[in-house]
Design a protein around this ligand. Structure first.
Ligand SMILES: Cc1cc2nc3c(=O)[nH]c(=O)nc-3n(C[C@H](O)[C@H](O)[C@H](O)COP(=O)(O)O)c2cc1C
Length: 173
């Protein structure tokens, strides 16, 4: 098996991180992978807000929690919160942002860094308390988020379990 295949097959969602920060150099390489993802009609109108400032991460967590039905909502105390946004009138926004997140996750995995998709911002970018934090992060009004992604070094005390279900592949020859 080649290294790319090993990396893809080794990736699992990680929800417990150590305190180890991610170096600027590695983070820049991971974000370069995002910028190399395909995009509908090559529009590349995405914008990646990469937050390492713990206060800002907490602020977003609080904003998400404000009207979330379960108490104690957490962004998992990650080293990095990445908020990909796209022009709200880009018809490929959700696909473009999603495929960029996948590149981020695979690139992170290649450095031994864990990741998980965090969905709770989807459809809620324009809620005033969430928009306020997005605006503070410099996200333009005409951009919305479809999902976010957090990164960090995996806490070895929480290894990923085996897959119960992987879905189907059907070959028609
Ligand atoms: C669209 C999407 C939304 C997701 N939302 C969340 C989420 O909000 N919180 C979370 O902990 N995991 C979330 N996940 C991660 C999935 O739960 C995870 O990918 C799935 O259980 C399979 O596990 P694996 O990533 O280890 O293969 C999301 C994944 C996708 C693709």
């Amino acid at each position: 098996m080649n290294e790319v295949m090993e990396t893809i097959l080794a990736r699992r969602s990680v929800r417990h991180f150590t305190d180890q920060p991610i170096s600027d150099d590695i983070l820049a390489q991971i974000m370069d992978a995002a910028l190399h993802a395909p995009s509908g009609q090559g529009r590349k109108t995405w914008r990646f807000t990469v937050v390492t400032n713990k206060e800002m991460i907490k602020k977003m967590e609080k904003a998400i929690e404000a009207d979330y039905p379960y108490k104690g909502y957490t962004l998992k105390d990650p080293a990095v919160l990445i908020i990909p946004t796209n022009l709200r009138d880009n018809p490929f926004g959700i696909e473009d942002n999603s495929i960029a997140i996948m590149n981020i996750m695979i690139a992170a995995q290649s450095f031994g860094i864990g990741s998980v998709w965090i969905n709770q911002i989807k459809g809620r970018s324009d809620l005033p308390h969430i928009r306020e934090v997005l605006t503070e992060m410099g996200v333009p009004e005409d951009h919305i988020a479809y999902g976010t992604c957090v990164l960090g070094y995996p806490d070895p005390e929480y290894p990923a379990g085996e897959y119960k279900e992987k879905g189907d592949v059907v070959y028609i020859k």
